[in-house]
Ligand binder design. Structure first.
Ligand code: TXA
Ligand code: MG
Length: 325
């Protein structure tokens, strides 16, 4: 059986998907970052299915999605002026805040942690779905555990289609990398995952510099593991600009930020941003990785980009794709 793929811009699709969520089913839905695999966060059996479908280890907590900041007290506590300021500035949008959780939230959502990751997504279909379902929705990225996140409904249907009830097709994701995760449950706050909101913007809003957690400070959570967001084809980061393909090494694919005439001899080349912008590169990153991964290459080489703004999230994903398991 395969999932029904419904156009996300039709009110009837939203109503149907919301009913599936209310009934304990699974709905894959578009957000501005990547597609999520959603279940009613207040229904532990539904959330358990998310873990099963993704083959996700039970110690990896899920992000809870709410339709507006005023719904935050349903899932989190510790809502102070700083939280309100960040919510006002960045929600709806690609920022997940880690806060103390409320006792009502099922343990399975937070993997037993006393904190919860929560965000208000910006995609119109996601917000309509959350509003219609009238419940917080726990949703990881809609990919098998460890693989590249989906940025189109097609990506979801390709790898998880048979295992979810409904896929809402809202087109390609605008941001293309996952949300930035900022933990306010520790002092000073720490970025647990670079993402769609650049660190510089958070620092400006908070008025102080932020640390990005190294592996040691991170909670034991696979999304923060070294090896993640990975293609099946081995991937290596180049030290600098790409030149000719290595003479030995079989069929090699190349991932470039912008077009490069010197790059010759590759079996396939993907250019992330013909316009050279990091926002375009982020939006195209996961689709390009999937495309190269489908070609049966021996190796993918990726050109590094600068680590300011969205470049930080792009390099984070490429490093983890390149890490050894
Ligand atoms: O953009 C996104 O964040 C997407 C869309 C669907 O919203 N979601 C997403 O979910 O990327 P997922 O499950 O693929 O990644 C969530 C990350 C994991 O690394 C998890 O460990 C971390 O969030 N996380 C969730 N709750 C946490 C908590 N209470 N403390 C620390 N990390 C947490
Ligand atoms: Mg994920």
């Amino acid at each position: 059986m395969s999932a029904r793929v419904l156009p996300a811009d039709l009110p009837a699709s939203i109503a149907e998907a919301a009913a599936v969520l209310r009934g304990g089913g699974l709905v894959a839905f578009p957000t501005e970052t990547v597609y999520g695999l959603g279940a009613d966060a207040m229904n532990p059996r539904a959330v358990l299915r998310v873990f099963e479908v993704k083959a996700r280890p039970s110690f990896d907590p899920l992000i809870v999605h709410i339709d507006r900041a005023s719904a935050l007290p349903r899932v989190a506590s510790g809502i102070d002026a700083r939280v309100e300021a960040l919510a006002a500035r960045f929600w709806p949008g690609p920022l997940t805040l880690v806060l103390p959780r409320v006792p009502d939230l099922p343990d399975i959502v937070t993997a037993g942690l006393d904190t919860v990751g929560v965000r208000v997504p910006a995609h119109a279909a996601a917000r309509a779905l959350l509003e219609a379902a009238a419940t917080p929705v726990a949703a990881p990225s809609a990919n098998p555990f460890g693989y590249v996140s989906p940025t189109t409904a097609r990506h979801v249907a390709d790898l998880l289609g048979g295992k979810v009830d409904v896929v809402l097709d809202g087109g390609p994701c605008r941001v293309g990398v996952e949300s930035t995760i900022l933990s306010l449950a520790q002092d000073p706050p720490v970025i647990l995952r670079p993402g769609g909101v650049p660190r510089e913007e958070l620092e400006k809003a908070l008025g102080h510099p932020l640390v990005v957690a190294g592996p040691a400070e991170r909670p034991l959570a696979p999304g923060q593991l070294q090896k993640h967001y990975a293609t099946r084809t081995p991937l290596r980061l180049l030290d600098g600009p790409a030149g000719e393909a290595p003479a030995r090494g079989g069929r090699v694919g190349l991932l470039l930020l912008s077009p490069r005439a010197e790059a010759r001899g590759y079996a396939a080349v993907e250019v992330l941003a013909p316009d050279g912008s990091l926002a375009t590169a982020a939006a195209n990153l996961f689709a390009a990785l999937r495309h190269l991964d489908a070609l049966g290459l021996d190796l993918i080489l990726a050109e590094p980009c600068g680590e300011s703004g969205l470049g930080h999230a792009i390099m984070d994903r490429l490093r983890r794709a390149a890490a050894r398991a």
